[in-house]
Design a protein around this ligand. Sequence first.
Ligand SMILES: *Cc1c(COP(=O)(O)O)cnc(C)c1O
Length: 455
Amino acid sequence: MTTVTGTRAPLAPHRLLRTEVPGPASRALAERRARVVPPGVGSAMPVYAARAQGALVEDVDGNVFVDLGSGIAVTSVGVSHPEVVAAVAAQAADLTHTCFMVTPYEPYVAVCEALARLTPGDHAKRSVLVSTGAEAVENAVKIARRATGRDAVLVLDHAYHGRTNLTMAMTARAMPYKTGFGPFAGEVYRVPASYPLRDPAGMTGERAAARLVDVAQRQVGADRVAALVAEPVLGEGGFVVPAPGFWPALARWCRDNGIVLVADEVQTGFARTGAMFAAEHEGVVPDLVTTAKGIAGGLPLAAVTGRAELMDAVHPGGLGGTFGGNPVACAAALAAIEVYERDDLAAAARRIERRVRARLEPLVGRVPAVAEVRGRGAMLALELVRPGGLEPDRAEAARVAAACAAAGVLVLTCGTWGNVVRLLPPLVIEDALLDDALDVLVAVLTGADVPGAAA
Ligand SMILES: *Cc1c(COP(=O)(O)O)cnc(C)c1O
């Protein structure tokens, strides 16, 4: 069997289209794939990646794409960051696996020390390491239930927490995440989020929190609630930033009622929103924080970090997993964290936000489909609607993403109605690449001629 590899000449430092998109090598792979991979596994892009560097992804036909997706907010330090690559190679040569539950090792402990230092709050903290974001959310619920002796879990409308049985129950959107996959885990209750574009006028953050609390009190009862699990910026649900005051009011209600506040920072964590963790923007210290995506520069690692007294409530042996905190993934995380801190990628995210807003905000009012430009740091989105109202326009979001891909720019969609175009560039993206990608996006949105790529 032949293996497809990219050209080995140095990666072109810019967008480059050598063939149509997808090219012949990607089409051949799509045929092979259709024989062995079920359609339930989707792919946003029609091309197959061969190699990548920073904010550039080269496909198997030698086309080079500007990456505004970071593998869904994972490669915030850039794809294949040289320091991550070196750390992975060195750790793999020393020790690929022993299982932390069998023979523990130092990199796991060092990652937990870093998480204790970096997550909000200066209280004593513990962390458990797992492999995926869904697993982190599952473990946060286990810990909150054990620590409180209560069962009920509150989750927000528009939430996304993963694809396992419990996290499907916690996720809001049926298609494609839940349809046909039930029955789902019990004792999960959905409460209203703060969604400024779609909430009634005058709905402040405090009022949105009061609306949530009212539903929770009436339908569950605060004394039955183990945890409120929420994303500080709704991710798959549409990059919705809650109204100011929403989180502080929820944090007060949780504290007053013995409810564990879990910030699901799987997508927002690690400098993405312009702070190391998004809860910092709200001035809130969550009891537990779940992390994954950006934590390890592209390797699978996830964590629950939280107050020592909650984390220590679980009996010995109650937490873990064969691959959890794999040493190679931990070495990658330590290298990535070094880059986040040393290169101040939170500041880089804030610079990206200014650059993107300057280009996209003028479209509101000028392009009738663009209802809003929103987000935080380098987690930014356009919500697309039918002109004249707020009816979601999913087809337009799909058109924009496909047209950008055809022009050599990788953008993703999201949103409860699938009508949001989201931008998650690597935080190390060069200004020239970002500007070029924004030129393409703006041309696609406005119907202007799309700037050509080098050939
Ligand atoms: C992606 C995501 C998850 C699930 O992470 P996986 O690693 O895909 O299991 C959970 N919560 C949030 C907020 C996410 O964005």
